[in-house]
Design a protein around this ligand. Structure first.
Ligand code: 13P
Ligand code: SF4
Length: 390
């Protein structure tokens, strides 16, 4: 990996304010600490991580999601979005240990797609995903039984976003559906509407709505929101019968916080700015943006942008900051002044990575993520269906 420096981008009037550097009264982001900060409790963590990784050699392969902290990313053998990382894990059959610097559903997908002899490790088990947690298997089964009682289940194709638990992917595999990512959601919906007349989209309502309306030409009225905390999802039988998209009431707690006001505000503040957002953002935000795309799309768009252009980016702060630092010739800023890091992604820090690697060196396997064989089998069916999408 290229060295990552920790300097604030200075060429912009709207520089990203890094936590712990400077202060912004409007957002209360950042803490000014004049003088030197004390050393972390163990200043040798970088050296310990490097030593443990070297001792493990080819036995270990470290994956880093784009939203991870720089201190962790520097030890990743490969970086990527959730789908790319799962594929990278599957392409390394010789690695005994896959250390996944990401969140729980990603480690599960890696376990599903890797050899049974390989062990997938999540350095901190608290690194979950609030969106994935919004769809629990029992709730989804209850919804499906209701669709069966109404006589509409045969017309419905379930589609789950990659950002869901293995249980949900397994459910989708059993019910002849497909997994999608933010890069191939349109292709997944196109395929699904060739198999049936309705889609049951889990767990991110925003990705489902944005893809259906902006890419597939559906009206907002074609979409209904199924709330698992209300009887029958809070929907009448007619609403369910007439809907083309039944959206699960789930959202990303990071992307869901960008608002239309953030877009208006940055357009006023930075003339000519390009607003670039992830499709997990709310529908009105995506509509008001200039471009929308997956994490990989965002990276490529910023790389290809001309020098001197200005970009307000609505995705996770670690990634936006890294892009701003990597492209000092472009003005790259965060779309909102108050939205924060993904707190669960940030659970993976250097102490946990060092701990996990040193445990492996000592012959112990910490925090192994395993998906039971039956669930893995059906989840693989839904993932394979995604890979076979035309
Ligand atoms: P991707 O990794 O597929 O871009 O998803 C974004 C995200 O929110 C990951 O948690
Ligand atoms: Fe989950 Fe959103 Fe965090 Fe991704 S960014 S891990 S979808 S909460």
């Amino acid at each position: 990996m290229a060295d990552v420096t920790w300097s604030e981008p200075a060429n912009t009037s709207t520089a990203l304010l890094l936590l712990g550097r400077g202060s912004d009264p409007a957002s209360e982001r950042g803490v000014d600490c004049p003088g030197d900060l004390p050393a972390p409790s163990d200043p040798d963590l970088v050296a310990r991580a490097a030593a443990a990784k070297a001792a493990l050699g080819d036995r270990v392969f470290v994956l880093g999601h784009h939203y991870q902290r720089d201190e962790v990313i520097q030890f990743a053998d490969v970086t990527g979005d959730s789908f790319k990382l799962a594929r990278e894990a599957a392409a390394r059959p010789s690695a005994e240990f896959i250390v996944f610097c990401g969140v729980h559903f990603m480690a599960e997908s890696a376990d599903i797609l890797t050899d049974s002899s390989q062990k997938v490790i999540l350095p901190d088990l608290a690194a979950g995903c609030s969106m994935a947690d919004m769809a629990v298997l029992g709730q989804v089964q209850t919804a499906w039984e209701h669709f069966e009682d109404l006589g509409i289940a045969d017309e419905i194709v379930p589609v789950t976003y990659m950002n869901s638990s293995a249980d949900i992917k397994g459910f989708v595999g059993r019910t002849k559906g497909v997994v999608c990512t933010s890069s191939n959601a349109k292709r997944a919906l196109t395929w699904s509407f060739e198999q049936g007349s309705k889609v049951f989209f889990l767990p991110d309502q925003h990705l489902g709505r944005n893809t259906a309306v902006l890419d597939m030409g559906f009206d907002l009225e074609d979409c209904v929101l199924y709330d698992p905390h209300k009887p029958n999802g809070g929907l009448t039988d007619d609403q369910l019968r007439n809907a083309r998209m039944i959206l699960w009431r789930g959202h990303c707690s990071v992307h869901g916080r960008f608002t239309i006001d953030s877009v208006r505000e940055v357009r006023e503040r930075v003339p000519g700015v390009n607003v670039l957002v992830h499709p997990e953002c709310r529908h009105d935000v995506v509509r008001a943006a200039d471009q929308v795309g997956s994490t990989e799309y965002i990276i490529k768009a910023l790389e290809a942008a001309p020098a001197g252009s200005s970009w307000a980016v609505g995705t996770e702060l670690n990634l936006v900051r890294r892009m701003a630092l990597a492209h000092p010739d472009k003005q790259i800023m965060f779309l909102d002044r108050t939205v924060c890091y993904c707190s669960t992604m940030n659970r993976i820090d250097l102490p946990h990575l060092v701990w996990a690697l040193e445990e492996l060196v000592a012959g112990r396997v910490p925090n192994q993520i395993t998906v039971d064989e039956d669930t893995a089998h059906h989840a693989r069916v839904a993932l394979d269906q995604m890979l076979a999408l035309p």
